[in-house]
Structure formats: C-alpha cells, structure tokens
Design a protein around this ligand. Structure first.
Ligand code: FAD
Ligand code: DHB
Length: 382
C-alpha cells in the first residue's frame, strides 16, 4: 500500500530479489510526482539508488555537499562533513527520486495501481492476507503472502494494528515551517541552518536556478496570507548578514506550511503486515531524515523477505520491526536534537536560552561534537 518513495523503492528491491509484488497507490502518478518534499539524501541512500541502477540522473543533476553552515544569531560556522567523517550528502529532490522510481517501474512494465480508493486490509493474522480497493467505480482485490504498509502518516495500514497492541510515542512542536520554492540562484553553495530569536530559517536548493527556503512560523499559519515580500524580509532578518545581502529573490512558485512532529508507532509489524516509512514514524524535517528512514526501513524489509523466500526462515522477518526501530529511534533523536537547538520556543525561559546558546557554542568549537553531527547528518549505516 502506497506508491510514495517507500513503496516504490520497496517494489524495486523486491523485483531485484525476484519477489513478485504489486504497488497500490491512492493518488494519480502526476499528483504524487508534484508533491514538494525532501531535498537532502544521505550517502547510504544515494549509494543504494546507484546500486539499483537508479542513480544516473541523480549523479548528473544532483549536488554533492561536503558540509553545511550553522548560524547562531546571524553568526555562521561550517561543519565540514568530508574532513570529519569522509562522507557527504546529496542534494536531489524527492520529486526527482519519485520520477526516477516511477520511470523505472512503469518502464519495466511492473504492476502499479494508481487512483485506488477505499483501500482495505484483510486476514492479517489468519495467514491469508489480501487487500481490496475501488478503482474507477470497480472493486478489486489482491491476495498476497505479505502486505507492506508504505502509505504514509495519513494512510490506513497503521490503524490495522489493534489499539491494545500499538504504542505511540509523540512530540508535537508548537510551530511549523513555511517553505518557498523560487526560480532564483541559491544564496549559498551549501545549506544554511540558522537559529535566530525571531525563529529558525533554512536556506536550501534544488539546482543552480531553483532555491528552497524555510522559515519557522506558528503551526496555524496560512501560507496564502503571507506575501512573497513578507517571506523574503523575514528570511533576510534571520540568516547571516552576508547571505541576507546577497539573497536573490523572485516570485514563489510554491508556498506551503508543514507542521513539525516526532512520532513513532510500535510495533512496525502485525501478523503479515509490515509498516515502513512515514506510515510508522515521522520526524521533524530539521535533520533531513524522513525520506532516508523510509529507505532504510524498506531495505531491511527486503533483506528479511529475501531470506524468507530463499531459505524458508522467518527469523529476519520476525525481527524486522526491532531491527528497523533501532535506526529509527536514532534518527528521531538526531532530528529532535537539531530541532531543539535551532528553533525558538515560546515557552522557553532564560535557562533554556542559555542551554541553546551553549549547545551551539559547544558545536562551533568542538571537533568531537561536530563529528557526532556529521556522522548522523550524513547517515548512520544500514
Ligand atoms: P509518503 O511520501 O507519504 O508516501 C505515502 C504514499 O501512500 C502516498 O503516495 C500516498 O498518496 C499513499 N497513500 C496514502 N494513503 C493510502 C491508502 N490508503 N492506500 C494507498 N495509498 C495510500 N523529509 C525530509 O527529509 N526533508 C523535508 O524537507 C521534508 N519535507 C516534507 C514536507 C511535507 C509536507 C511532508 C508531508 C513530508 C516531508 N518530509 C521531508 C518527509 C518525507 O517527505 C517523508 O518522510 C517521505 O515522503 C516518506 O515517504 P513514504 O513513502 O514513507 O510516505
Ligand atoms: C530540505 C529540507 C530539510 O528538511 C532539510 O533539513 C534540508 C533540506 C529541502 O527541502 O531542501
């Protein structure tokens, strides 16, 4: 269930392991491809895409970043990932990865059902799982050995795990990010993560003529109520002065507000259902981890299913959730740490301000602290 990045990558990995599968997606291909989301992928993720033959356009059009700038009250310092951990990240939009995944899947004639409504899961604990859905008014169903819930945070799969079994761990942040996409040259050749008393700001990019910027806003902000000029003025106030002076602005081609949340549902499996990606967990975007976690989940799931079909052993499959959750929780921790360090919290007192200042001062001056950040930002192994 779900033809987002998790579902489509899982499908590819399974076909490579010669395991038949069908992807059932609620929306149209155009709709999924148009959703503007993540921009940064870990080195392990880009290595995985390359190993699947899905890295050609990424290597041509993506950008390898060996470090980032962190700014505190407009005063910047750089964390040099390459020097610290000899690893880098790739700037290549989720929209592009999604296109590459669909092109490869559709091109190979693999079954992907788009526009499936009323998707329902059946027989999860009875050994005969299946799903049913309605497409263009016609009901259809698919029998399977296993179901993979890759249907995102608002999907149906997670809710198939009974209430008395499912544990939820959640932190809702009292703010969101307003993101703007504009056809302007990026203000910096690397990302800038900026803490400022007026709120967090992030300067990112997609390519030399496409920039992505975010500013912290209240959770209930209506993006349409902000003019582009208001957005640019607010961004300029929060980022280092040199960047503010050189910022090239233009009309926004997309403007939206994303709420920030940390959320984990355990277990990630129930009967013959396995959850992966946003269906099971959400991280605030500050650490750029959501998409990468979706990919490590489906990697573990494929390894487990491959073992099951090649040897008959379900040991890895039985341990899938526990294996995936160890990496999930570390990314949840890192994203929470980045979020806590860089955002303005309305209820923070003087003590909390000093803690943020000290955290940033320590990061700016300690190679050990920067190494820990670099190790996590470029991605823990999977
Ligand atoms: P999704 O991408 O949500 O895909 C799930 C798919 O399932 C969708 O295509 C959906 O249409 C489909 N679906 C839903 N319900 C059903 C159903 N009942 N039946 C069948 N199909 C269904 N991460 C970052 O790292 N950086 C970012 O900047 C960033 N920005 C984000 C902005 C927004 C607005 C959102 C929502 C997320 C953002 N993320 C970001 C997170 C990242 O995009 C996600 O972690 C990633 O998309 C997870 O992939 P997924 O395949 O698990 O879920
Ligand atoms: C982008 C989004 C993030 O959440 C992040 O941490 C870095 C980059 C982006 O959309 O470019």
């Amino acid at each position: 269930m779900g033809g987002g990045p998790a579902g489509m990558l899982l499908s590819h990995l399974l076909w490579r392991a010669e395991i038949d599968n069908v992807v059932v997606e609620q929306r149209s291909r155009d709709y999924v491809e148009a959703r503007i989301r993540a921009g940064v992928i870990e080195q392990g993720t880009s290595d995985l895409l390359r190993s699947l033959g899905l890295g050609t356009r990424m290597d041509r059009e993506g950008f390898v970043h060996g470090g980032v700038t962190i700014s505190n009250a407009r005063s910047p310092f750089r964390v040099d990932f390459m020097a610290l951990v000899n690893r880098a990240v790739m700037v290549y939009g989720q929209t592009e990865i999604q296109k590459d995944l669909y092109d490869a899947g559709v091109g190979a004639g693999r079954p992907i059902v788009f526009e499936a409504e009323n998707v329902q899961l059946h027989g999860l604990t009875e050994g005969n799982p299946s799903i049913s859905y309605v497409r263009h008014g016609e009901t259809a169903s698919i029998d399977a050995d296993y179901l993979a819930g890759c249907d995102g945070f608002h999907g149906v799969s997670r809710h198939a795990v009974p209430h008395d079994v499912r544990q939820e761990f959640e932190r809702l942040y009292p703010f969101g990010w307003m993101g703007v996409l504009s056809e302007t040259p990026p203000v910096s050749h690397e990302l800038i993560y900026a803490r400022h008393p007026r709120g967090f700001a992030l300067c990112s990019m997609r390519n030399p003529m496409l920039s992505r910027y975010y500013i912290q806003c209240t959770a209930d902000t209506d993006a349409a109520s902000w003019t582009d000029d208001q957005f640019w003025d607010e961004l300029r106030r929060r980022i280092p002065e040199e960047a503010a002076t050189s910022l090239v602005t233009g009309p926004s081609i997309e403007k939206s507000v994303t709420p920030l949340r940390s959320y984990v549902a355990e277990p990630m499996q129930w009967g013959n259902l396995f959850l992966a990606g946003d269906a099971a967990h959400i991280v605030p975007p500050t650490g750029a981890k959501g998409l990468n976690l979706a990919f490590s989940d489906v990697y573990y799931l494929t390894e487990a299913l491959a073992e099951r079909y090649s040897t008959g052993s379900t040991t890895a499959l039985d341990g899938y959730g526990a294996t995936a959750l160890r990496r999930v929780w570390k990314a949840v921790r890192f994203s929470w740490w980045m979020t806590a360090m860089l955002h303005t919290f309305d209820d923070a007192g003087e003590f909390e301000h000093r803690m943020q200042e000290t955290e940033l001062d320590y990061l700016a001056g300690s190679e050990a602290a920067q190494t820990a950040m670099a190790e996590n930002y470029t991605g823990l192994p999977f």
